[in-house]
Write a protein that binds this ligand. Structure first.
Ligand code: FAD
Ligand code: MLT
Ligand code: ZN
Length: 476
């Protein structure tokens, strides 16, 4: 392989190549420590042309390519296989913001730019890039687009797919497709852009993107709300759309057990309410309409307070804290966003990133919790997530003291029970995290023959050698 790595080195230089085991290690495992792969090398190109040359070389030498961004994915999509003849192609050196057009509300970026950097750059130009998720300090826009990431503002702004106008992609043959069009309207044949979005690196490598920006909110209200049940949470959200004048930007549901784990594992986390409650909602409204200082006008905070008062009278709310300043709002968000980290620190868990229609959440929650307990009575269900999108992280934590091997022996039965129920509800077994290597068998099991045949036909047509992130999403 020295010959092959020498050829890689001649394309990307010494800085762009990692071949020693210690240097490669962080690229060969995933955030959840569920996978450990091997790679001939980790290659870090600095430009689209270098990406294209690497992919062309790999195509000629029949070496598979695993694209990787921030490596925060939840389904092992960016981790190479254990015994593969693969290279990891990291986009982390392609981290330039190419152009910001505040007039046209667009931003052109390289794929390796970290999401937080994009949000901050938009803010500096008085614009908003609304994609927001707990991993935003490390995930990259290329990874976000390749997983069609969701996050905490989808109910107002949409998934990553809705936030992109154009793409540049390196094909599995090492050619560069320039689709960097900043067009709102473009009905010229099949939409290639939509094909690459959410493809998890199995059809090509996204190297640049034109993103859609929004106006920056001028008024925001955030509340931490104790609710008696998931039914109440859904009813509270339903009324909030009109009460906020269609300004609900986030609605997140959590259980007491989930909040307890955050309080246990995350230093500085504090319960905003005096009493313990079974369920919590984090509700945020934002508007581009500024509160006019001194004007006799009701802002979002007053409107939210009035709405929560009515909801309290109706029994939909038990108690609530309305953030009085940005620091308090950030603390509320910390309790929500640290759920994944706290669950990781607590020990092994099985994740079910599922969705059903919003109105079916309460019934699904009851049946789903019972289904998990039926399979393993000692398990600790920890459902939380984007209730406003009907997307729950219907997670299951190992019983206290159980090691991973003992718990994972039950994983297939627990997940099978949950997914059968989800499908019975007309829902999705992967709402926002994708398929990666974790759910390849589940996708093949739950999707129809016609959908699978079409996906495989697309994969074969675009990547006939099966060298672009093989074995992820669909097997051919
Ligand atoms: P990676 O993990 O590096 O890669 C993800 C997939 O995309 C892989 O299949 C990889 O091969 C492919 N890929 C990466 N870059 C490219 C590229 N340039 N071209 C082609 N393919 C590429 N996800 C959500 O949707 N919503 C959430 O709320 C959310 N919260 C999270 C919270 C935490 C704490 C963590 C750790 C993760 C969370 N995630 C969430 C999952 C993860 O952050 C997202 O999937 C994110 O979009 C992945 O970006 P990344 O750059 O880390 O991609
Ligand atoms: C989140 O919303 O915090 C992540 O997508 C959840 C997870 O860890 O399952
Ligand atoms: Zn999520």
């Amino acid at each position: 392989m020295t010959d092959f790595t020498d050829k890689l080195r001649s394309i990307v230089g010494e800085r762009g190549l990692v071949t020693d085991e210690a240097g490669k290690h962080p690229y060969l495992t995933d955030w959840r420590d569920n996978y450990l792969g091997t790679a001939l090398a980790v290659v870090r190109p600095a430009s689209t042309e270098e990406v294209a040359a690497v992919v062309k070389l790999c195509a000629n030498e029949k070496v598979a390519v695993v694209p990787q961004g921030g490596n925060t994915g939840m389904v092992g999509g960016g981790t190479p296989h254990e015994s593969g003849r693969e290279v990891v192609l990291s986009l982390n050196r392609m981290n330039r913001i190419v152009e910001i057009d505040p007039i046209g509300y667009t931003m052109t970026v390289e794929a390796g730019v970290v999401l937080k950097t994009i949000q901050e750059s938009a803010a500096q130009h008085d614009r908003l890039f609304p994609l927001s998720l707990a991993a935003e300090g490390s995930c990259t826009i290329g990874g976000n687009l390749s997983t069609n990431a969701g996050g905490v503002q989808v109910l107002h702004y949409g998934n990553a797919r809705q936030l992109v106008l154009g793409l540049e992609v390196v094909t599995p043959q090492g050619e560069i497709w320039n689709g960097l069009r900043a067009l709102k309207k473009d009905n010229t044949g099949y939409d290639l852009r939509d094909l690459y979005l959410g493809a998890e690196g199995t059809l090509g490598i996204i190297t640049r993107a034109v993103l859609k920006l929004s106006p920056k909110p001028r008024d925001t209200a955030t509340s931490w709300i104790a609710v008696p049940s998931p039914d109440a949470a859904v009813a509270l959200l339903s009324g909030a759309h009109a009460a906020s004048e269609d300004n609900v930007t986030s609605c997140e549901l959590m259980s007491r057990q989930g909040v307890d784990l955050v309080l246990k594992h995350i230093p500085g986390a504090a319960d905003p309410l005096a009493e313990r409650h079974d369920w919590y909602v984090l509700l945020e409204w934002s508007s581009t309409r500024a509160r006019r200082a001194g004007a006799n006008e009701t802002g979002l905070a007053e409107k939210m307070e009035a709405y929560l008062g009515e909801a309290l009278d109706k029994g939909l709310v038990v108690d609530a804290a309305l953030a009085q300043n940005e620091a308090q709002a950030r603390a509320f968000w910390g309790l929500r966003e640290n759920h994944s980290e706290a669950q990781k620190r607590e020990g092994p868990s099985i994740k079910h990133d599922i969705s059903v229609s919003v109105s079916k959440i309460p019934a699904f929650m009851k049946e789903g919790l019972a289904a998990m307990k039926k399979v393993l009575p000692e398990c600790r269900p920890l459902p939380f997530g984007h209730v406003g999108d009907g997307n729950l992280h219907f997670n299951c934590q190992a019983p206290p003291g159980w090691d991973k091997a003992r718990f994972m022996a039950h994983a297939e039965a627990i997940s099978g029970a949950v997914y059968d129920l989800v499908v019975g509800y007309g829902g999705s077994i992967s709402a926002e995290h994708g398929i990666g290597q974790l759910k390849v068998d589940e996708l093949a099991h739950y999707r129809s023959r016609i959908e699978l045949d079409t996906m495989r036909a697309i994969k074969r047509a675009l990547d006939p050698q099966n060298l672009m992130n093989p074995g992820k999403v669909v097997r051919i």
